[in-house]
Design a protein around this ligand. Sequence first.
Ligand code: SF4
Ligand code: SF4
Ligand code: SF4
Length: 265
Amino acid sequence: MKPLRIAMSPRQRWRRAIIFASFLLFPLTLTYFSPVVILQGAIKGAVTASAITFVALFFSGLVFGRGFCGWVCPGAGLQEPLAAVNPDAVTSQVAGKVKWMLWIPWLMAILTCYGLAVATNPAGLRLEPDFMMKAWVSIDRPMMFIPYFTVLALIVWQALALGRRGFCHSLCWMAPFLILGTRAGERLNLPRLRLAVETSGSGGCDGCSSCAACTRACPMSLPVADMAARGDMRHAECVLCGECADVCPRRVISLGFRASNANKP
Ligand code: SF4
Ligand code: SF4
Ligand code: SF4
């Protein structure tokens, strides 16, 4: 299904401007999201900037769900414009599994290295957020362009090969922290940023005309119209961008902080 092209809402203009600005700042922030620097730090017993970021992403999931993916991430700022080149929906079931198949051994390696560092060093771990950085900037020497362009190439490759935000579905090492944080927030029933749909007594959405504009607009290629029809807008890959709410002609979807998954009656 091709994405929808209609006039952009002010909220979406802001959102896209923010994620694109985040992408422009990526040369400065790369190390803060690095899956390699955290491993290098763990081997040396250092708690790096990316270790702190990944823990913070988990906790952000408790309150903001995957809002980081929708509103902050530099990878989002690079991928959403690429939907103009490959607007296909990501339908591969394998893509979502690959992400976890890579993430679990990677995390186990990091935890093992930190465990060994603690076991062999009586002083324990060192807090070193500027590990591998000079003056807190990621690209501080020409050779740092190598990891920078490697990450860009991975993101562009997946977005062009798979479709809309392909890298988010298939290879992103940060998404699992956010998904697990979101699930933990659900278990604890914490108030958080959520999508809601107007439902009738039967649980479905009477106001929905099944136009599928929301599904076509979703940058994560989710079956939003089906979710609305079911009256349950929860989805592990929903990045809470609000695109579906902003294109819905019946205004039955909304994005906001809510105490539970209770939809608007
Ligand atoms: S899934 Fe990963 S690359 Fe995509 S927006 Fe979220 S953190 Fe960024
Ligand atoms: S379901 Fe809506 S809020 Fe979630 S990713 Fe899709 S468009 Fe964004
Ligand atoms: S855009 Fe609104 S009316 Fe159309 S299918 Fe989605 S929820 Fe229903």
